[in-house]
Design a protein around this ligand. Structure first.
Ligand SMILES: Cc1cc2nc3c(=O)[nH]c(=O)nc-3n(C[C@H](O)[C@H](O)[C@H](O)COP(=O)(O)OP(=O)(O)OC[C@H]3O[C@@H](n4cnc5c(N)ncnc54)[C@H](O)[C@@H]3O)c2cc1C
Length: 270
């Protein structure tokens, strides 16, 4: 469990991090909380020649209102999402979901930007952001671009980020009084979700039902055309492609998707 040798570079500004990426290309890896990157390096699934440490980039630790959206800096740690009064008021789904990530130590190191960039289909924050919608702001050598959340997750552990780009901000719509809920099923409370369902304002997103966090579009369409929660939730697994592993086979995951979607929709409507 010892990673391959690597150079360590600490970035004190976003510009320094981008300059390192421009110079080193895909030989370099950004490190935010390190709670996904370092395990990957120890397992020799990642072996960057240089690790660029973003951990002290205070300029990317914020949550603020911007018109109808809430902007969240990429280096905001899970525990800061949990304790933010602004998020509790404007986007309560996010702090609720962040409080369910791993254990206390993980929530004190892991960042929302790292979780989205890592793009694990079982992760909690990506599915919450997929349900909320909004945009992912990335910066690279040609400046800034905004990527719709629907286009950000490309494949298993793969996003629309180019190797010389950095995720700097997440922008989600303010939820107001919209009903929301999150249901996750795991063997133990701090385990990764086997399946999870997030809902807000009639949108439903599922974790671990495909290579990327995915929307339960058949359920959403049924709800919009007046179906009952029970009828709509029964369609939650339609069009999904869950994998099978040691935790669950594909049919059990489909069952969980339907069950958790129903519970989430009932809770959001209560
Ligand atoms: C024991 C354990 C249990 C866990 N349980 C859960 C769980 O239940 N649910 C859950 O959702 N997560 C869980 N996690 C993952 C945790 O939430 C991670 O912290 C998170 O996925 C990655 O965030 P990070 O800041 O640590 O990213 P890092 O590990 O630093 O980086 C992850 C990847 O993202 C890239 N990256 C990081 N920041 C940026 C950026 N700003 N721009 C571009 N690329 C970037 C890195 O290069 C790397 O490829 C767990 C982790 C551990 C170790």
């Amino acid at each position: 469990m010892i990673p391959a040798a690597f150079e360590y570079l600490r970035a004190d500004t976003v510009e320094e991090a981008l300059a390192a990426l421009a110079e080193l290309g895909d030989e370099a890896k950004l490190m935010a909380g390190g709670h996904s990157l370092l395990p990957m390096m120890k397992l020799r699934l990642a072996f960057p020649a240089t690790v660029v440490d973003l951990g002290r980039l205070a300029e990317l630790c914020y949550q603020r209102l911007d018109g109808d959206e809430v902007a969240i800096g990429a280096l905001t740690r899970h525990c800061e999402l949990v304790s933010s009064p602004l998020l509790a008021r404007e986007v309560p789904l996010l702090p609720h979901v962040a409080a369910r990530v791993g254990d206390r130590q993980i929530r004190h190191r892991g960042t929302i930007g790292g979780s989205l960039a890592h793009a694990d289909p079982a992760a909690d924050l990506p599915v919450a952001v997929r349900a909320l919608g909004g945009t992912i702001v990335v910066r690279g050598p040609d400046g800034e671009r905004h990527i719709d959340v629907a286009d950000f997750f490309v494949d298993y552990f793969e996003t629309a980020l180019a190797p010389d780009e950095m995720l700097v901000e997440i922008r989600v719509p303010r939820c107001g009084a919209q009903g929301w809920a999150y249901q996750r099923f795991a063997r133990r409370s701090h385990d990764w979700a086997i399946v999870a369902a997030a809902t807000v304002g009639g949108r439903v997103a599922l974790a671990n039902m495909a290579n990327v966090p995915t929307r339960a579009t058949a359920t959403e369409r049924a709800l919009a055309s007046g179906a009952s929660i029970e009828q709509a939730a029964a369609l939650a697994a339609d069009g999904t492609e869950p994998s099978a592993d040691g935790h669950a086979d594909a049919e059990y995951r489909r069952h969980l998707a339907r069950l958790l979607t129903r519970r989430a929709l009932e809770s959001a409507a209560a």
